[in-house]
Design a protein around this ligand. Structure first.
Ligand code: ZN
Length: 237
């Protein structure tokens, strides 16, 4: 409580209108979907003040199609606040992702981390190379990256995002990862800004629904090769 009183006084001293302006409305440009980890606070990581970022956080920055909490946050952010960027930000050394790599049961949370286990299963071959096996740390780092990338895709596959694109509302979805030991955010280079960037099977815009798949798009549905493109931040560690 004392911290709060000190902070409120400090902010008011710096700008007497700060809280009265914030009270009137919020116009954030960004929706942040991140991990609940106490070391990755959204506003501080990108050095933005209150009012600048709409935030949803959960363990391991999972975006699941059946999670109405996350979907509701996304809908409000996109339709009402008209954010222009959705940022999925994971972090290296994520405890949730690490737990999903382990064999032991932790209880209720195992049901949530099942989403991360599914990412592991989907990319099993690249994470468990027989010829040049990854160290445990590299494997965890790579799964942290892949988990962000899958969440980015899941955001784009929602009707919320696709309806925004159909309305020509500018909206980009980004995948970032944060490094705990230096505070640096890295862009994973998977930004998606239009339905053309996602697979045909996930496009829900009515105009598209009867379009036949092109050969290129059919090839994109095949699992082979996809694993080789991921891990884009690997070389920069
Ligand atoms: Zn985490």
């Amino acid at each position: 409580m004392q911290n709060n009183a000190n902070w409120s006084r400090k902010m008011t001293n710096a700008d007497p209108e700060f809280f009265s302006n914030l009270e009137k409305m919020q116009q954030p440009k960004y929706l942040w979907i991140g991990c609940s980890d106490s070391r990755v606070p959204a506003n501080q990581v990108v050095d933005l003040p209150p009012g600048a970022v709409f935030v949803h956080r959960n363990i391991a920055n999972v975006v699941a199609h059946s999670d109405f909490n996350c979907l509701s946050v996304m809908q409000y952010a996109v339709q009402m606040l008209k954010v222009q960027h959705i940022i999925v930000c994971g972090h290296y050394g994520c405890g949730g992702v690490a737990a999903a790599l382990e064999d032991q049961q932790l209880g209720l949370i195992d049901n949530w981390l099942r989403h991360v286990r599914d990412v592991h299963h989907k990319h099993f071959n690249v994470l468990n190379k027989k010829l040049f096996p990854l160290s445990e740390k590299k494997k965890l780092d790579l799964l942290c990256e892949l988990n962000v990338i899958e969440s980015v895709k899941n955001v784009c596959h929602t009707t919320i995002v696709q309806s925004a694109w159909a309305r020509n509302q500018p909206l980009s979805v980004h995948g970032w990862i944060y490094r705990l030991n230096n505070g640096i955010v890295q862009d994973l280079g998977v930004t998606i800004s239009s339905p053309e960037d996602i697979s045909q099977v996930y496009r829900t815009n009515e105009e598209d629904s009867n379009v036949e798949m092109s050969a290129d798009e059919e090839l994109q549905l095949l699992p082979s090769g996809e694993e080789e493109k991921v891990g884009v931040a690997d070389g920069q560690k």
